[in-house]
Design a protein around this ligand. Structure first.
Ligand SMILES: [Ca+2]
Ligand SMILES: [Ca+2]
Length: 86
């Protein structure tokens, strides 16, 4: 008896979940790390995702002039967040 309602519910839930994904796509860390040393140099960043370059020093927490996966994630988070006055 309730079959119609449950089918409708399933149809509505799936597209909503898909829409929740971030529409902006950034290259994966491994795709940027072209020499596979586990860190991103400024050159690797410049080639793959130049948008990160201005943030490089800011997200390079340990100041080794390389971005770790966590530091790269921080950069992407900054990029996907609209600039706000702090
Ligand atoms: Ca590298
Ligand atoms: Ca670093």
């Amino acid at each position: 008896m309730n079959r119609k309602i449950s089918v409708l519910g399933a149809v509505l839930v799936v597209p909503a979940a898909a829409m929740a994904l971030d529409p902006i796509e950034f290259p994966a860390f491994k795709a940027v790390d072209t020499d596979n040393n586990g860190f991103l140099s400024r050159d690797e960043v410049r080639v793959a995702i130049p948008e990160v370059l201005p943030l490089f020093s800011r997200v390079d927490a340990n100041m080794d002039d390389q971005l770790s996966p966590a530091e790269y994630e921080t950069a992407l988070r900054l990029l996907s967040t609209p600039p706000s006055s702090s």
